[in-house]
Ligand binder design. Structure first.
Ligand code: ADP
Length: 327
């Protein structure tokens, strides 16, 4: 595999309208979601070989979600079905343009019940990278399963990619989240945060200073996403901004996952150890994928193919060479 992702595959219950609080929304419709699952699809659309490890309920939603990933050519050998817990639901509202409200129906949801003994060891022994988030760290047994998957993948020579993807509604206390994320940091080779997560972990929103503090905690590459402004990276020897592209954005859902999926296809292709020489190309590709996703509604339906990213780049930057996951 080019990369394996581990974590939540769930139903986002998307509100019929914005401008209303969760308690006031007129209706919700189910849409496939879960950041690590989106990242696996993002990679597959870009031509990478990806697999997803996780657990859904033995119910209609669980099977429908599996079908979506299967259609996208994500390898599902590592997907488990739980007869005793439901597929997790994330109810979402957007009362104002800058505020999302979430309630997760997962007490426990099937995704939290993935056990270490249910991991597909063969997949973890044959992948170039393992990508995780923080939702699987919030409770047992999925926390132990995540740490075990990280151990197995590292042992087999893969690098670990960690998107903090902090969701306050899932944690009893913010301090718990910070502690669990901090425990994972030394294992992460590639760390991706947004500005809120940067502040959560370093007490500063200042990307230069904050990224340096994060780099000192283990990762070889730290990437901070900055929405419409693009992204920032730091390695041991280099750092800098990569501007995104001006687009008519209508929905930021899935942008971060699109960005990470695209970045992973590039890092896997160049090799993490050589990434400094290729970082601007890799971030340009990832920014383009994120920018395209912001122009479309939803998460999975908004993820671009390699051809779409390359055409987008060619149109905006006709002087550069083409990049793709399998170039
Ligand atoms: P997250 O907070 O989940 O990391 P962001 O909203 O920062 O996600 O988006 C990830 C990436 O997608 C950004 O770094 C950027 O490259 C791209 N992106 C997101 N929104 C826009 C936008 N409005 N215009 C251009 N690019 C965008």
């Amino acid at each position: 595999m080019d990369f394996v992702t581990l974590g939540e595959l769930l139903m986002d219950m998307v509100p019929a309208e914005t401008g209303r609080r969760l308690t006031e929304v007129s209706a919700f419709s189910p849409k496939p979601g879960g950041a690590p699952a989106n990242v696996a699809v993002a990679g597959a659309r870009l031509g990478a070989r990806t697999a997803f490890l996780g657990k859904v309920g033995e119910d209609l939603f669980g099977h429908a979600l599996a079908e979506v990933l299967k259609k996208e050519k994500v390898d599902l050998r590592g997907l488990r079905f739980d007869a005793d817990a439901r597929t997790t639901l994330a109810l979402i509202a957007q009362p104002t343009a800058n505020l999302n409200e979430y309630i997760f129906y997962r007490n426990p949801g099937a995704d939290q019940r993935l056990r270490p003994d249910e991991l597909d060891r063969d997949l973890l022994a044959h992948t170039r990278a393992l990508h995780i988030g923080s939702l699987s760290l919030s409770d047992e047994p999925s926390r132990s399963a995540t740490f075990e998957a990280v151990r197995l993948a590292r042992q087999a020579g893969a690098f670990i990619s960690f998107d903090v993807n902090f969701r306050p509604a899932l944690w009893r206390a913010q301090a718990d989240a910070v502690a669990q994320i901090a425990a994972m940091l030394p294992n992460a080779d590639l760390l991706k945060v947004n500005e809120t997560e940067l502040e959560l972990l370093t007490n500063t929103r200042e990307v230069e200073a904050g990224s340096a503090l994060l780099l000192a905690r283990g990762p070889k590459l730290v990437v901070v996403t900055l929405g419409a402004d693009g992204s920032y990276f730091r390695t041991a020897h280099a750092s800098g901004y990569a501007k995104s592209f001006k687009v008519d954005a209508i929905d930021s859902t899935g942008c971060g996952d699109s960005f990470v999926g695209a970045l992973l296809t590039q890092v896997v292709q160049f090799g993490l150890e050589n990434i400094e020489a290729h970082i601007q190309d890799a971030l340009r590709f990832a920014n383009a994928a994120g920018a395209i996703t912001s122009t479309r509604r939803g998460a999975i339906p908004a993820l671009p193919t390699a051809q779409e990213v390359n055409e987008f780049l060619k149109k905006l930057l006709p002087h550069i060479g083409l990049l793709s996951a399998d170039a």
